[in-house]
Write a protein that binds this ligand. Structure first.
Ligand SMILES: Cc1cc2nc3c(=O)[nH]c(=O)nc-3n(C[C@H](O)[C@H](O)[C@H](O)COP(=O)(O)O)c2cc1C
Length: 198
């Protein structure tokens, strides 16, 4: 896949094939995160990589999935993530850490997808439980978790003003995204194109 295709076809994946991901593969994903831009180059992020089955099971119980899907839903046994990258931020090191995490996480998820590996970033997580499971010391904020594995579901974009994603009867996820014409202003706020001097 070329880069544009990787970027435009990446979707959050929440059901996974049970094919293991090697630690070498996962460290290489983190390397892509490490090389992302960082405000003032302060580099406040560290990562815990988990691919041990027992620890994956524990992490799973600290995660909340697809909040718009009702009734409450989570991946069934046999379709849960096979690895996680837990993103930590060193407290007090950078005022830009949230931006840095976004950039790093996207690098990680795009590189994964370029290898056919799906992912979902999760912020609705039990941080205290994860701290306990992984032995994360004080001084580090548990920012978010990236769940990983080969996709066992399909997700497609809908051009729409809605925000709530939904699943159809075939299990395909539909993710609304605002139309390009509704978010772009050409040369001046309010100009939608065609008359850049007005
Ligand atoms: C900061 C952040 C936190 C998120 N937290 C969760 C979460 O806790 N659980 C979940 O299932 N998805 C979570 N997501 C995934 C979003 O729901 C998803 O990115 C959004 O619906 C758009 O879909 P797409 O990633 O397929 O484009 C999160 C995404 C981001 C960027």
């Amino acid at each position: 896949m070329d880069l544009e295709r990787v970027i435009k076809t990446r979707r959050s994946i929440r059901r996974f094939k049970q094919i293991p991901l090697s630690m070498d593969f996962l460290v290489n994903l983190v390397d892509a995160g490490r090389l992302a831009p960082s405000g003032a180059n302060l580099q406040p992020i560290e990562y815990v990589i988990v691919n041990d089955k027992r620890i994956c099971e524990k992490i799973f119980s600290a995660l909340r999935w697809a909040g718009y899907i009702k009734p409450e839903w989570r991946p069934a046994e046999g379709e849960r993530p096979v690895a996680y990258i837990v993103i930590l931020v060193q407290e007090g090191r950078s005022p830009f850490s949230d931006v840095d995490v976004g950039l790093s996480a996207e690098n990680i998820m795009l590189l994964a997808w370029s290898h056919g590996v799906g992912s979902c970033m999760l912020g609705n997580i039990d941080r205290e439980m994860i701290r306990e499971i992984l032995g994360v010391p004080d001084g580090y904020r548990i920012h978010s978790v990236i769940a990983l594995g080969f996709p066992a579901e399909k997700s497609v974009v809908e051009e729409s003003d809605a925000v709530e994603y939904w699943r159809d009867e075939d299990g395909v996820m539909h993710v609304p995204k605002r139309r390009i014409k509704d978010i772009v202003h050409i040369n001046r706020f309010g100009c939608r194109g065609g008359d850049s001097n007005s």
